[in-house]
Design a protein. Structure first.
Length: 584
């Protein structure tokens, strides 16, 4: 770092002349300066790199050329100037270019007690690349890497200053519907506008970062009085009650906020704080969206329990605690079982049967879904082949996760499993949900087409649940449309659900797809579905998920309401709803 102006009265030391000669011959950014901060000598490279001539810079204070945001930090370094031999190594700040732009320089300097001898390197390009690596390219906000670094430093300051730090986890409400209905270009514009709205809402010193998708995080330190975490969170929620200007149009999108506050007596990790704020955000979603929730001890117990469950899940497969049950898919033409859906259950030695909703998301988060999913596919195909050898001509359906379908060798893996099991490919139906298809549509389409060419069939599960977009499925080789149970539960003569089911049945017929109505639990639902022309049904009225042995004993020979037993009841039910034709 250079500093100085007036010509010394005494003859300079011999090494100074050597430095000047080096300045003239070198392409490096060499400079000398007096201790008071005025530049004295510059090498010719300064004009080539920064545009300044020696005459324009000599005699001027070094700090005039330093970026305002870097001056205080630079002054602190310079204030340490002491006796001869003092050194500055690898110090970086922004230096003014003659055209008004700023260039990042990396300085090394040495003092002889009277003057400074410095060398600088232009590291602007390196800084630009570093900024790209730690900033989100769409919004320009810090990305996850930079966020975690800043959060770690904030926690360090909390420990030293006895202050506090708040973390706000923000998720935009119904953002997926915007992408589906208005396209990803508008979605990106909404995210950029949301980033700007957040930046305007928080305090100047707070950090706003984008984790990915429509998830943002705010770090706020030492919130006083009327700027408490809950007040700041409510301010964020209120900010998103106003439309965002995105792509030339106004888009209304709400926000749900989860928050956690750490004080000086706690020792949380950045990962833990982020996880806790995320948990609180999901609680806000469950409570109705467009609101904020503070992480508390009750949630902490839930998080601890979930982490423990995740650890135990790692041992579930090798300990053979995972099992498959099968729910029959029944033809309304004759009451025969035409397929069985394989459903995963975890028989925990202490917890009992753990519901899939409690452990499948954990498996997806920690990567266990891949080995578990492969085991499910192997076991279902083996069982399906065994049933067919026993004379039961049916297919098996298996739910596939996005992570499985995204594997590059997934098609070959399925083919290998079918071959080992001895199950014909046309007897396997893979069930996927909309989010799986929307994840990587082109890549997914290729995988599905590959498997379809080998004979495997596909079903779109939970159709109509959430914001389903048919645009995602254009060109997808789908065979079966499974109507979500919400349509079935709402069936009434003249009801809106009845009109929707009629339209979906017509749509499926036009696309050459078979419809399976899920969640059929009452006789009147089965009757109405039959009248509307639905061919296949699945639900408790025809059979609950059960072990394969029980399904073989009770399910393949007769169907009754509500269990599986007396053939006479089945025939009477079929007669009452006018079933005679057999589905081919």
């Amino acid at each position: 770092m250079a500093l100085a102006s007036s010509t010394p009265d005494t003859e300079p030391p011999a090494h100074v002349g050597a430095v000047v000669n080096l300045f003239d011959r070198s392409s490096g950014l060499f400079a000398t300066a007096e201790l008071d901060g005025r530049l004295t000598e510059l090498s010719p490279a300064w004009e080539a790199t920064l545009g300044w001539t020696q005459g324009e810079v000599t005699g001027k204070p070094f700090m005039e050329f330093v970026h305002p945001e870097d001056r205080e930090r630079t002054a602190q370094v310079i204030s340490n100037i002491g006796a001869a031999g003092y050194e500055i190594v690898d110090f970086e700040n922004r230096f003014l270019h003659r055209d008004g732009s700023w260039r990042w320089l990396r300085w090394s300097a040495r003092s002889d007690g009277e003057s400074w001898y410095t060398v600088a390197e232009d590291v602007t390009e390196r800084k630009r690349l570093e900024a790209q690596a730690i900033h989100d390219p769409l919004t320009g906000l810090p990305n996850r890497a930079l966020l975690m670094d800043r959060l770690e430093h904030a926690l360090g300051r909390v420990a030293r200053t006895r202050g506090s730090v708040a973390v706000l986890f923000i998720d935009l409400d119904c953002f997926k519907a915007i992408n589906d209905t208005r396209g990803h270009e508008t979605g990106d514009a909404v995210l950029a506008a949301a980033a700007h709205r957040l930046d305007e809402t928080v305090r100047a010193g707070d950090t706003v970062a984008r984790l990915g998708g429509d998830e943002f995080v705010v770090i706020a330190e030492d919130l006083p009085g009327d700027s408490r975490a809950d007040v700041l969170a409510d301010r964020v929620v209120d900010a998103f009650t106003l439309p965002l200007a995105a792509g030339g149009e106004e888009v209304l999108v709400g926000a749900s906020v989860g928050m956690v506050v750490a004080g000086p007596d706690e020792r949380p990790t950045p990962e833990r704080l982020l996880r806790e704020a995320d948990t609180a955000m999901y609680r806000a979603k469950e409570a109705g969206r467009g609101r904020s929730e503070l992480f508390d001890n009750t949630m902490r117990e839930e998080v601890t329990e979930r982490l423990q469950l995740a650890r135990e899940l790692r041992d579930a497969l090798p300990r053979e605690e995972l099992r498959l049950v099968y729910q029959p898919v029944v033809s309304l033409a004759d009451g025969q079982v035409v397929a069985c859906e394989a459903l995963l259950r975890w028989h925990h030695p202490e917890r009992g049967v753990v519901p899939p909703a409690d452990f499948v998301p954990l498996a997806e988060q920690n990567g266990l879904i891949l080995p578990i999913g492969e085991w499910v596919l192997e076991e279902a195909c083996r069982q399906g082949a065994e049933w067919r050898r026993a004379g039961h001509q049916l297919s098996v359906s298996v739910n596939i996760s996005p992570a499985q379908l995204a594997q590059r060798n997934f098609a070959d893996s399925v083919a290998s499993i079918l071959h080992r099991a001895g199950l014909p490919p046309q007897c396997l139906c893979l069930e996927l949900v909309e989010s799986t298809v929307a994840l990587q549509p082109e890549r997914i389409r290729k995988t599905l087409s590959d498997l379809r060419s080998r004979g495997v069939r596909f079903a779109l599960d939970d159709f109509g649940k959430g914001a389903t977009s048919l645009a995602h499925f254009r060109g997808m080789p789908l065979d079966v449309l499974k109507l979500d149970r919400t349509f079935v539960s709402g069936l009434r003569q003249g009801d809106v659900s009845r009109a929707i089911v009629t339209a979906l049945l017509s749509l499926a017929e036009g696309l050459g797809m078979t419809v399976v109505a899920e969640g059929v639990e009452r006789e009147d639902q089965a009757v109405e579905l039959r009248e509307l022309g639905c061919e296949l049904v699945q639900g408790y009225f025809f059979g609950r998920p059960m072990e394969p042995e029980r399904l073989e004993l009770e399910g393949f020979n007769a169907r009754t309401r509500p269990g599986l037993g007396d053939p006479l009841l089945v025939r009477e039910f079929m007669r009452q709803i006018g079933i005679s034709a057999r589905i081919q």
